[in-house]
Unconditional design. Sequence first.
Length: 468
Amino acid sequence: MKRARSTLKTSPLRSMILATCCFTVPGLALAQDQEAQTQQIINAIQNGERVELKLPDPEKQLPLDDLRKFTEVFSRIKDAYVEEVSDTQLLESAIKGMLSDLDPHSTYLAPKDYEELEESTSGEFGGLGIEVGMENGFVKVISPIDDTPAQKAGVQAGDLIIKLDEKPVKGMSLEEAVNLMRGKPGTILTLTIMREGESAPIELDVTRDVIKVTSVKSRMIDNGYGYVRITQFQAETGRQFRKALSNLEEKHGRDLDGLIIDLRNNPGGVLQAAVETADALLDEGLIVYTEGRIQSSRLRFSAKPGDVMAGTPIVVLINGGSASASEILAGALQDHQRAVVMGTQSFGKGSVQTVIPLDETHAIKMTTARYFTPDGRSIQATGIKPDIEVRPAELTELDSRPFFTEADLSGHLEGENEKEAREAREEAAKAQASAADRDYQLRSALNLLKGLHILNRNDNDAPQDSSR
């Protein structure tokens, strides 16, 4: 007779929770391992096999003393708190505390929070337009979202919000702070922030609005050179990115000479969208993988054959506001040497959050895994280090006066390419007011692409040595 052996490693309480999740949401990731184990036992019994169950190790169970302590605190609050508190409120607070104490990204989602999470991934929601986290009890701005009230008011990545109107942030949960930042469109919220390099707090008045995030923006930044700005990774970002590249090549009339992908102040978003974007530019190989404690959190994503840019030189711009999914894209292109990463070190959010529905209106968002780049680098708390570090700077042209040249002399001997040179100078003058000249990092990226294009062109034009 065959013998089926199974070891149940979870406590009775944990088993009950996992089973409940499994029944409530069929195929739930966290219950898959338990479900497979249970099915294995059922199949063995049905086949007439002998089943041995190893009882859980008592030392690994929830300690009874701690459970008694919890129920004692629960009872004391019920009996003696200055105001009456319902059992539901106390239990929800306990759940929130369990999750928020794990890390800054794990949280309990009440009905309103669950709805707002779905809105943010679809691209439209109400508020200020900033991605935030917690640091030392204060709300830290990961990045302001493009074309939102927060960005227009001057909020910057790295700012620490210490007051919302007249309410100190210290002691608030992230959920409470976010709820205060949301509100009726048209109303004003005063943010008091601390900023590196400033000796005193700064007050910024931000007018709430309905936030409509355009995930992908694109334009020709110079003749032959395309620019794609990804503000946030949403469900449709991968498809929109491919469409943007197609439109740029159509405007140019042929393949681009170079491409800049701007991921600065991109707080991340949907993992699959970052994978699809990387897949568009890679011909093969691993894009990202995740490692967690349970089997369902260990995933690998690889590129399918076909680089839509066919090897066109790429520069990716990142900074301290580039987080999560944007770091996945930058890391994949960097490890495959498909792009030069330029700017400053990224934020370093290399953890995976899984939204686990508890019922139709409640869920928990819990960290279940860590991200790793194709070369096995962990993004968590280290971020992506650029290949070329370029810090933001303001440029001042030292000599803007036009030079007096041979072409300005009356009756000069006309040059063979004089007309073309004059047109080139006029085109360069028009470009002086372009975004690339106002943005030092963007200008540096464009100059690098031009250099790479010249080198590639020279390599292609060089005579080939057929000798062996």
